[in-house]
Design a binder for this molecule. Structure first.
Ligand SMILES: Cc1cc2nc3c(=O)[nH]c(=O)nc-3n(C[C@H](O)[C@H](O)[C@H](O)COP(=O)(O)O)c2cc1C
Length: 427
């Protein structure tokens, strides 16, 4: 094999198609070992999305790290994103990546509005592929929540980033000129021209993501950023074709989905994250809620979305959430059930407070009678994939530990094989 112009002779098979030498992982970390003879919970079975096959049902949820250099990822991100696939995460989704400079939450956000941002992403993609895993990128526009400081600079809610620290408070966009809160920049109501340009930027960023080698793209339609702002009748007070009725409020989202789908290969799956409710039902007025999310979800398969990642909230400072471990996962279950009832083919991702092996197992477990189901929560399959954020930051080996706890034989990275927990170890 030739790597960087030098012929390499090695007892290990080099990982194919990678521009540096690394031994191939005969079985990807976190995939069921070929030696396994026991029944395997759904959590450790592959998931197929179009031509993409994930080795198990674990995904690293997108997490902003506010550490990019003018939108370019760096060596820091290579190390950060390398930890999870190496330790068994089948899919890693790169953090919210802005499709335009004014779509960044902070001046240090990841971006994909220019070609120079492709090569550093490509490095990360190559590394993840070298471990036999898959990688996606979340494309985003922060709307009225743009031009803020990284959270570690925020005191309370005082988060706006002024021009002195690289912010653009005078060029923040929203559906209407309503700030998220008074210490945030007041957005400019987007013109129809702005909207058309934005949709094109989304398509351009998607084309760059394909060029960088990503296996999938997630559209960020959650958490009070631009797409949520259009969906919500609280933040969207427009009187044109992008405001008012449900059909008008989802128009921007559907145009973005079509634009992205139009430039990515037919074989590439497309993911969408939404805030399924903005948790404002208590206030009594109109708001984006679960019934509207179900209505939207039913339209997604025809639009070419393959998986809906069900998050919630963050569009209103006065939201009221009754937090408990299943507060969000159960909404994913509700949406999945409604889709199944109509025979709609849309995979569902559950996210939020998934922190332990039993919970992760129960959420995706299909009751095929082979594996005992958790009495309280596991009777109904709530999702097809679990997306996990903070637990992966605390415990990058969460997949390997979960496998050990559930007594599933999975592959470890060949380099770490001697470190496997002994049978019966107290985990
Ligand atoms: C540090 C951090 C950064 C985040 N950044 C993003 C992001 O870029 N895009 C997004 O959709 N959600 C983001 N989230 C939300 C997570 O993806 C996830 O939905 C949320 O943390 C709940 O999952 P968890 O309980 O497993 O942490 C972020 C969360 C954290 C903790």
């Amino acid at each position: 094999m030739t790597v960087n112009g030098t012929t390499k002779v090695t007892a290990s098979t080099p990982a194919p198609g990678i521009p540096f030498y690394t031994p191939t992982q005969p079985t990807a970390p976190g995939a069921v070992s070929p030696k396994n003879t026991k029944p395997v919970p759904t959590l450790f079975t592959p998931l197929k999305l179009r031509s993409l096959t994930l080795n198990n049902r674990f995904a690293v949820a997108p997490m902003c790290t506010y550490s990019a250099d003018d939108g370019h990822l760096t060596d820091w991100h290579l190390v950060h994103y390398g930890a999870f696939p190496l330790r068994g995460a089948a899919l890693t989704i790169v953090e919210a990546t802005a499709v335009t400079p004014n779509g960044r939450i902070s001046p240090e956000d990841s971006g994909l509005w220019q070609d120079s941002q492709i090569p550093p992403l490509r490095r990360i993609v190559d590394y993840v592929h070298s471990q036999g895993q898959k990688i996606g990128i979340q494309l985003a526009h922060a709307g009225r929540k743009a031009s803020c400081l990284a959270p570690w600079h925020a005191s309370g809610h005082g988060r706006a980033a002024g021009k002195d620290v690289g912010g653009w408070p005078e060029n923040v966009w929203g559906p209407s000129a309503i700030p998220f809160m008074d210490v945030y920049p007041t957005p400019k109501e987007m013109t129809l021209e702005d909207i058309q340009g934005l949709v094109r930027s989304w398509a351009d960023a998607a084309r760059r993501a394909v060029e960088a080698g990503f296996d999938t793209i997630e559209i960020h339609g959650a958490h009070g950023y631009l797409i949520t702002e259009f969906l919500s009748p609280i933040s969207n007070k427009r009187t044109d074709q992008y405001g008012g009725s449900f059909e008008n409020r989802i128009r921007l989202l559907t145009e973005i989905i079509k634009a992205v789908r139009g430039v990515i290969p037919e074989t590439m799956p497309l993911l969408l994250r939404i805030s399924a409710t903005e948790w404002m039902e208590y206030a009594g007025g109109e708001s984006w809620d679960v019934p509207q999310s179900i209505k939207l979800a039913k339209l997604l398969p025809e639009l070419g979305v393959d998986l809906l990642d069900v998050s919630s909230g963050a569009n209103n400072v006065s939201q009221k959430i009754d937090i408990h471990p299943y507060y969000q996962v159960s909404i994913a279950g509700q949406i999945r059930e409604a889709l199944k009832a109509e025979g709609k083919e849309l995979l569902i991702g559950a996210v939020g407070m998934i922190t332990n092996a039993e919970m992760a197992r129960g959420i995706v477990q299909e009751n095929d009678g082979k594996v005992e189901i958790d009495e309280e929560h596991g009777q109904k399959t709530m999702a097809d994939m679990v997306l996990i954020a903070r637990q992966f930051l605390r415990e990058p080996e969460f997949v390997l530990r979960t496998a050990a706890k559930l007594d599933v034989d999975v592959a470890w990275p060949v380099q770490f094989a001697r470190a496997q927990w002994p049978k019966g170890a107290n985990l």
